[in-house]
Write a protein that binds this ligand. Structure first.
Ligand code: F6P
Length: 323
């Protein structure tokens, strides 16, 4: 199949490095003499025909910018039969030979629907939650993790000075990958993730008591938002032990900012691979990483896999917090 014109969109929660992926899609398309259109506000833009022509100029100086220049949305209309039909009509009307969809699992389900209706779509994983089952790496996780780590390092300075306990809530939706990684990186007293049922006495109070017994006078508790609110955890700590914890919800701070080199480079590779796959006539697939290599899987297979917190992370956390 000859590919003359493609579209690229970002959908779902934004993630630092999305712009680097868009830029790479555009540059790779231009390298092959393909026209590239940016579809704005995710699948909503495909429904309403809100597209802009992209070239080297329009994507210049975006590799270092967080957020997404294409805007993003979680389209309710696209979840309907009618919305999907409208989107397909836009693709046909504009002669789009393929689409690169950048986002998380909601984005992939949308791409699968389009693909079933005859539109060629390749997905790129981008979410700070890093919860996409088929890939070890998702664009934005590295930046978000480093941002959270920097914030918690700052927090530690004042917690240490006042000899306080801090409960920090980290994003991740229903997953604890971000919280676990960040907790290990900041040397947290305890880390709570939704993948592990919480025994409050053992997982929090006992760890604080042990740390105190070992001479520590400040404590850092990292909570994945999917495990419950930091405020609730803090009040439970206050009830159980003579501490008056301070609560910090890092929130959307984690989603913004300059993408790390790792996110920029991987996004650039993934954008390149997505366009090459469209050129090879592939569709309904996700670019992903496995065992340190780039590969791709069918969307159905990718969405069906289970992504678990690594045993090594759980083991290391136990050793680091069990002294
Ligand atoms: O999926 C990314 C994410 O940042 C989650 O970690 C979080 O639960 C959610 O999006 C927040 O969504 P919103 O931006 O709609 O508040």
């Amino acid at each position: 199949m000859s590919v003359k014109r493609i579209g690229v969109l970002t959908s779902g929660g934004d993630a630092p490095g999305m712009n680097a992926a868009v830029r790479s899609v555009v540059r790779t398309a231009m390298f092959h003499g393909i026209e590239c259109y940016g579809i704005r506000r995710g699948y909503n833009g495909l429904i309403s025909g809100d597209l802009i022509r992209l070239d080297e100029k329009s994507i210049s100086h975006t590799i270092n910018r967080g957020g997404t220049i294409l805007y993003t949305a979680r389209s309710k209309e696209f979840m309907t039969e009618e919305g999907q039909q409208k989107a397909v009509s836009t693709c046909k009307f504009l002669g789009l030979d393929g689409i690169v969809a950048i986002g998380g699992d909601g984005t992939f389900r949308g791409a699968r629907a389009l693909s079933k209706r005859g539109v060629n779509v390749i997905c790129i994983p981008a979410t700070i939650d890093n919860d996409i089952s088929c890939t070890n790496y998702s664009i934005g996780f590295d930046t978000a993790a480093n941002t959270a780590i920097e914030c918690i390092d700052r927090l530690r300075d004042t917690m240490q000075s006042h000899e306080r306990c801090s409960v920090v809530e980290v994003m991740g939706r229903n997953a604890g990958f971000l919280a676990m990684y960040v907790g290990l990186a900041v040397g947290a007293t305890a880390v709570l993730v939704p993948e592990k049922p919480i025994d409050f006495e053992k997982d929090v109070i006992e760890k604080i008591r042990r740390a105190r017994f070992n001479g520590f006078t400040h404590y850092m508790i990292v909570v994945a938002e999917g495990s419950g609110s930091a405020a609730d955890i803090a009040s439970k700590i206050k009830e159980a032990i003579d501490l008056d914890p301070r609560v910090t919800v890092l929130g959307h701070i984690q989603r913004g900012g300059v993408p790390t080199g790792r996110d920029r480079v991987n996004a650039t590779k993934m954008g390149y691979l997505a366009v090459e796959m469209l050129l090879q006539g592939k569709t309904n697939r996700i670019v992903c990483t496995k065992d340190g290599h780039f590969t791709d899987v069918a969307i159905d297979d990718g969405l069906g896999m289970e992504r678990r917190i690594q045993d090594i992370e759980v083991e290391v956390l136990a050793a680091m917090t069990g002294v």
